[in-house]
Each structure stands twice: as C-alpha cells, then as structure tokens.
Design a protein around this ligand. Structure first.
Ligand SMILES: C[S@@+](CC[C@H](N)C(=O)[O-])C[C@H]1O[C@@H](n2cnc3c(N)ncnc32)[C@H](O)[C@@H]1O
Length: 230
C-alpha cells in the first residue's frame, strides 16, 4: 500500500497560464458570494433562531462557492458529478478486471478535494490511485480526509499535472478546462504505455487521440465522457 508522500520540495507548483474563461467564472463566483453574503447579513439582522440557522447555511454556501470559483489553475475546484463519477468507476472497474494489473494504477489529473480519488479507491480495492492537484487548499483537504477516513490505496501529490509522470499509469482520469485537456492529451500521447485507458470528463483530449467511445450522460448539464485507449 502506498504511504502518503510529502509535498514537493519547494511546496510550490508553477501555475499554467490562466484559461480565457477564468475572468467570467471568477465574476460568477463574486456574484454568487455577494448574493449569499447579502442574504445571510439580512437574516442575521432580522434576528430569530431560524434566521441565524439559515444565515449559517447561506454563509457556508457563500464560502463553498468562493472556494470553488476563486481558483488558481484556471479550472474551478469542482468535483465530477455523481453520474459522471459512477460511469468512470464502472469503466475503471471493468478495465482493472480485464488488465489483471495489480496494483491497477490510476491517476486523477487535477484531483481537487480528492472525492473522485477516494470513490475510485473504495470501489476498486486492487487500484492504487494518485491524485495530482496544483492548489494547496484542496490538496491539503484531500490529504486530511484521506488520513482520517482512508482508503489506504489513495494518495495525493501537489504539483502541476503537466509535469506529473504518467508513464506507469494503467488509467488516467481528468475533468479540466478545454485548453488544459488538450494539453494533457498531448503529454499523455507521449507518455502512456500501450493499452492504458484515459477518461476525459466533458472535453476531448489533444494530441491526436481518437475516442473509442463518447458516453453522453443524462445529467442536468448533459455531460460527456470521452473514453480513449492508448
Ligand atoms: C474540476 S476539478 C476536477 C476534480 C476531480 N478530478 C473530479 O473529477 O472530481 C479540476 C482541478 O484541477 C486543478 N488544476 C487546474 N490546473 C491544474 C494543473 N496545471 N495541475 C494540477 N491541477 C490543476 C484545479 O485546481 C481543480 O481542483
């Protein structure tokens, strides 16, 4: 079983150039934060236990929205949805069974708070899951959650996914911006071993990859899962 590695030597990772839609998303984050903050302020001012409870809830959503949308790497710190997560785990389970690789090495490029990694680790005990995350906040949260609740076959490293060596991976999953998914594809085309599986949530890979399947999920946002084989 892998032990938790320390943060990289410098404790810092170089941020890639921000995506073009970053400003728009940050604007939405600010608007959401203002809305919930303003509502919470009025609830507290109006008094009453119910108002205070609601204010705490609204305050929590305000913090959650700002944490999700005031990101550093050009990609919001949001987890894949339930349906996408289920579909990814089903495909990974099948791939682990077919490949016979023990451990079955999975990398989540841009792992945010680590929820997807933990779900994969629990669902596939023969997997060894590594989450790579650029931002310190979600990375530290992921490590603490893993320390407290496991599972033991998951670990998190802090760094730039474009610099992370994926040559040993049997499967790679990602949910990034369109630009970063294109760049990740180019890197994976150079690095991955034959037979390795790639699951790209929402956007297609760059680097000349042809999907073996594009799964359209019936989610509110009509999510797409691109499935590739090296
Ligand atoms: C949308 S979240 C995906 C979380 C998780 N993979 C999932 O599907 O539930 C994308 C994460 O990628 C991270 N990220 C963005 N650029 C990155 C980079 N260059 N290297 C590592 N992580 C990065 C963001 O900070 C964010 O937490």
């Amino acid at each position: 079983m892998p032990s938790l590695p320390p943060d990289d030597a410098s404790g810092k990772a170089a941020a890639p150039p921000p995506a073009r839609n970053t400003l728009l998303l940050r604007g939405i984050g600010l608007a959401v934060l203002c809305f919930f903050g303003f509502t919470a302020f009025h609830l507290v001012r109006d008094g009453g236990m119910a108002g205070i409870i609601l204010a705490v809830l609204f305050g929590f959503f305000a913090l959650r929205a700002s944490a999700a949308l005031f990101f550093k790497g050009g990609v919001p710190v949001l987890a894949s949805g339930l349906f996408e997560r289920r579909a990814m785990i089903r495909i990974l389970k099948q791939a682990a069974k077919e490949s016979g690789a023990r451990p079955f090495r999975v990398a989540d490029l841009g792992s945010a708070g680590g929820a997807l990694c933990r779900s994969i680790g629990r669902a596939i005990p023969e997997a060894e899951v590594t989450g790579v995350e650029l931002c310190a906040g979600p990375h530290n949260w992921a490590r603490q959650m893993q320390r407290l609740f496991g599972p033991k076959n998951v670990m998190f490293v802090r760094g730039d996914l474009l610099a992370h060596d994926c040559s040993g991976a049997d499967a790679v999953v990602m949910f990034l911006s369109s630009g970063l998914t294109l760049r990740a594809g180019e890197k994976l085309a150079r690095e991955l071993k034959p037979g390795a599986l790639v699951l790209a949530n929402e956007f297609p890979l760059g680097g000349g990859w042809e999907p073996v399947e594009v799964i359209r999920l019936r989610t509110p946002f009509l999510a797409k899962l691109h499935v590739y084989r090296r």
